[in-house]
Design a protein around this ligand. Structure first.
Ligand SMILES: Cc1cc2nc3c(=O)[nH]c(=O)nc-3n(C[C@H](O)[C@H](O)[C@H](O)COP(=O)(O)OP(=O)(O)OC[C@H]3O[C@@H](n4cnc5c(N)ncnc54)[C@H](O)[C@@H]3O)c2cc1C
Length: 291
């Protein structure tokens, strides 16, 4: 191998996802530079092996079964650079690290991300957002590698609600650049505190945040609540009593969570006629024997 990339042979999704569930995979790679990330992505793609790119694992449900493939984790791919009214982060930079930097230097515009336990690569891939603001409103460009390097301008990213083109193509987002504004450390810190405060109603147990997308502007949580599903349990998985769009785990298996997701979808459709769509991303095999 041309690079000495850190690997983990005993990689378990349960240790690398916020749900805390999921089985093992063949091996995980932890590139710490863009060159290493491009190299390992290229190698796995050329070998036509199965692999997934994983950030903080805060929006995925990985199967309990063995994943017969590899993981490229971006967790070591960190870096922040500022140039004028732009800030560029490497994919594995945590939201909290970025916001710490923004606070220190009095840079505004990204405070709405406060409290999202994610990497910036994951934030861009999912077009994450909070309080009616989405990262697509701040992203100017990103460097994407799919075997070749592409510099995507914002309009090439195909951003829609909680989705980007980068989810549809087999690629790794290496870095992203965002528009920021000069502010003061105090203002930035205050806005971050406000966004954190707005999360008071979110459950603290293990979860992936919101499981379902909001259908056509309606709140999925409100719909699930109105269907009387708060507190519904399958094994160690429960529809949160605090926020019905959260499924929380109390020692759940991935199969419990999967079965509960299917149950909620079925009951909501039966009772309201509304088809819910998952925001959470599945990794590995799930089937009806899991229900
Ligand atoms: C407590 C809690 C609160 C949350 N609150 C919010 C919220 O307010 N708003 C919101 O939008 N989401 C929220 N989420 C969900 C989640 O944090 C976001 O979807 C986030 O964008 C996922 O980032 P990640 O790094 O964890 O990505 P992962 O979960 O690791 O991956 C998610 C998807 O992105 C892909 N991906 C990740 N990194 C890259 C990369 N570098 N290149 C290419 N593809 C990549 C993965 O392959 C996968 O398909 C919350 C989750 C939790 C647990």
């Amino acid at each position: 191998m041309a690079f000495d990339i850190e690997t983990e042979s005993d990689f378990e999704f349960s240790r690398y996802t916020t749900f805390g569930v999921g089985g093992k995979c063949l091996k995980a790679f932890f590139p710490k530079s863009i060159e290493e990330a491009k190299y390992i992505f290229g190698e796995l793609k050329t070998a036509r092996t199965r692999f997934v790119v994983l950030g903080r694992g805060s929006n995925v449900l990985a199967s309990d079964r063995f994943f017969d493939g590899y993981v490229i984790s971006t967790l070591r791919l960190k870096g922040i650079e500022r140039e004028g009214d732009s800030i560029t982060t490497l994919a594995g930079t945590n939201v909290s690290e970025l916001l710490e930097y923004c606070t220190l230097h009095g840079l505004g515009g990204l405070e709405f991300l406060a409290g999202i336990p994610a990497t910036m690569g994951g934030i861009v891939a999912m077009n994450a957002g909070a309080g009616q603001k989405f990262i697509c409103e701040r992203l100017t460009k990103c460097a994407v590698f799919d075997g070749e390097l592409h510099n995507f301008e914002n309009k090439m990213c195909g951003f829609t609600y909680k989705h980007s083109t980068m989810r549809d193509i087999n690629c790794i987002i290496l870095s992203s650049t965002f528009r920021i504004e000069q502010s003061t450390p105090e203002c930035v810190a205050n806005r971050i505190a406000q966004y954190r405060c707005a999360r008071r109603n979110q459950p603290l147990k293990r979860s992936c945040g919101c499981v379902f997308k909001n259908p056509e502007g309606k709140s999925a949580g409100k719909i699930i609540d109105e269907c009387g599903l708060k507190g519904t349990k399958v094994g160690g998985a429960e529809v949160s009593r605090m926020h019905a769009n959260f499924i929380v785990s109390d020692g759940a298996r991935a199969a419990d969570i999967y079965a509960l997701i299917k149950y909620v979808k079925e009951k909501v459709f039966e009772r309201s006629g509304i088809p819910l769509e998952e925001e959470v991303v599945y990794i590995g095999e799930f089937d009806d024997s899991d229900c």
